[in-house]
Design a binder for this molecule. Structure first.
Ligand SMILES: NC(=O)C1=CN([C@@H]2O[C@H](COP(=O)(O)OP(=O)(O)OC[C@H]3O[C@@H](n4cnc5c(N)ncnc54)[C@H](O)[C@@H]3O)[C@@H](O)[C@H]2O)[C@@H](O)CC1
Ligand SMILES: [K+]
Length: 515
């Protein structure tokens, strides 16, 4: 496989868990930078960001919790007051009850003349912008008591919110909300970027995301392996093989999509179409005979085979380089036969939809190192034998558990899609709610099949496919909006993305500039 030399792979930003960030804090302090100095840096970075994001703000409400996240809020309040803004400080804990750096910060703000009032349910938030300094990485368990009331009041205020380090109530490791969480307009996060800012409920709570390292180089701590890495648009040009000018279709692989049980024809066709658009040399579709005519009319480039059952497949699976099994498969005898045939052929596999449901039921206990499984949370729950709620409560944990149990590479779909493979976890910061519509998963499985067919190894194909799928949906949404975005709209946008001479990736990077 030839890789383009003029597109070096971008560094994928490392993401960490709260406990690792605390360890980074400790090490930084041990090297001689005082904790309070770090707090001042954090507050100054947040204040500068607030000023440039909301240059016309004249009044702030700063809500401070009882820990160091609150401490950041006190220092920010003092900085804003020094520049002439009217600042309302609302405290969850009285200053006298604070300790350490938080106490020092609170005393500093008081000395600077910034008034403070205790939180009460009837407090009126009076700022042009609310600063959320209630809870940071120290959040432990479900949000309790007044913190919860304050979070709900901020969300109901309708005011723009700048969250300090992490929206209060969002879990820094999992992206789950713990009972209640701030819906921020923008979040400024410090020291190390956190995995929980990207997946699960995070996209609905974080808003625009800004990362300030505060002079700490997390990657220099060789023993602190990142919890995950963030997929970057630049990977597309770096990882896609270039095409020799004398290429023939055999050079770009042959993908076979198995799916479309009687009555479920569209899903498999969407997968086959995406597979062809993403550059597979040849695409075959094995589907129920009743879908053949419609499939050929829609996509004559796809070689459509009507099969009444696995017995009609002949040597089709062995003639392909990669198999995609699942879209529209059904869980009846037709689908079971197709899955059985796919598993028997020694070819890399993409397994989706009912293929996964069958792996969780009649085909239990399989493990392979040459497949990509693409569950959504419901399918993931069936594969793990737990509830979808449990999957959503810890998406990174679920993705890793699936990969350990089933082998290969696992793509856990949903906001902030995760890819778990031998190289660890990766998270996709792109995508939009328009993707929450029928057929999107089918398109993804076809994209993955196409990348495998073109020679990418399993984990690279999974990471790249997830990225291309999300960026294509973002591009399609920019063109026509999120509402009504169809899976069938993705293929043409994805095609542009995988032809870097057509797309320079600029639009994608601009759109993602703050994520
Ligand atoms: N040197 C450092 O450690 C630095 C810390 N920084 C800030 O400090 C934060 C971490 O500070 P802390 O470790 O003090 O923790 P936090 O301030 O995030 O949280 C601790 C506070 O939250 C309360 N709390 C915890 N769980 C709760 C729950 N479930 N319901 C209601 N209240 C709850 C605790 O009683 C305590 O008052 C970071 O997020 C960051 O904003 C920054 O100032 C940079 C430097
Ligand atoms: K916060």
């Amino acid at each position: 496989m030839t890789r383009p030399a003029d597109h070096p792979a971008p560094t994928l930003r490392p993401l960490y868990r709260a406990e690792q960030v605390r360890e980074l804090d400790r090490r930084t302090i041990a090297r001689g930078i005082e904790g309070f100095a770090l707090m001042q840096r954090a507050a100054a970075a947040a204040w500068q960001d607030l000023r440039s994001r909301w240059p016309h703000a004249r009044a702030l409400s700063v809500l401070c919790g009882g820990g160091n996240n609150g401490g950041d809020g006190h220092v920010l309040a003092a900085l804003a007051a020094a520049e002439g803004l009217a600042v309302q400080r609302v405290l969850l804990k009285p200053v006298e009850a604070l300790t350490g750096d938080a106490r020092r910060a609170a005393d500093m703000a008081t000395a600077a003349g910034v008034s403070a009032e205790p939180w009460r349910a009837d407090v009126r938030l009076e700022g042009d912008v609310v600063v959320d300094a209630l809870l940071g990485t120290g959040l432990g368990g479900e949000v309790r008591g007044e913190a919860r009331e304050a979070i709900e009041a901020v969300n109901e205020s309708g005011l723009p919110v700048l969250a300090i380090d992490i929206p209060s109530g969002l879990h820094a490791d999992t992206g789950a909300t713990l009972g209640a969480a701030i819906r921020a307009t923008r979040t400024v996060t410090f020291i190390a970027d956190k995995l929980g800012l990207y997946t699960g409920a995070a996209p609905a709570h974080v808003g625009e995301l800004v990362f300030c390292a505060l002079g700490v180089d997390a990657e220099a701590e060789g023993d602190l392996a990142p919890a995950a890495r963030r997929l970057e648009a630049g990977l597309i040009a770096a990882w896609l093989p270039t095409r020799p000018r004398d290429a023939h279709k055999g050079d770009h692989g042959h993908a076979l999509v198995l799916g479309g049980a009687p009555g479920f024809g569209g899903a498999a066709l969407l997968a086959a179409e995406a597979c062809a658009r993403l550059g597979a040399g040849k695409v075959s579709l094995a589907t129920a005979p009743e879908h053949v005519t419609a499939s050929l009319v829609r996509r004559p480039e796809v070689m459509v085979h009507g099969v009444r059952g696995a017995g009609d497949l002949d040597a089709l699976p062995e003639r392909a380089d990669v198999l995609v099994v699942g879209p529209g498969l059904g869980q009846g005898s037709w689908g079971q036969g197709m899955l059985q045939a796919a598993l028997a052929a020694s070819r890399p596999l993409v397994v989706d939809a009912d293929g996964l449901n069958l792996l969780a039921s009649r085909f239990r206990g399989r493990q392979r190192d040459d497949w990509i499984l693409t569950p959504h949370p419901g399918e993931a729950a069936r594969l793990l034998g737990c509830s979808a709620g449990e999957v959503e409560a810890d998406r990174p944990g679920a993705a890793l558990a699936l990969q350990r149990r089933y082998g290969g590479v696992v793509v856990l779909k949903g906001a902030g899609t995760l890819v778990a493979g031998p190289a660890g976890l990766a998270v996709c910061p792109h995508g939009n709610p328009g993707m929450a519509s029928g057929g999107m998963g089918d398109a993804l499985s076809g994209i993955l099949g196409a990348l495998l067919a073109q020679g990418l190894e399993l984990e690279a194909a999974a990471r790249l496919g997830v990225l291309v799928h999300a960026l294509a949906a973002d591009r399609a949404a920019r063109e026509g909006g999120e509402r009504g975005l169809l899976a069938g709209d993705l293929a043409s946008c994805a095609r542009i993305l995988v032809n870097p001479t057509v797309s320079d990736g600029k639009g994608e990077d601009d759109a993602a500039a703050t994520r």
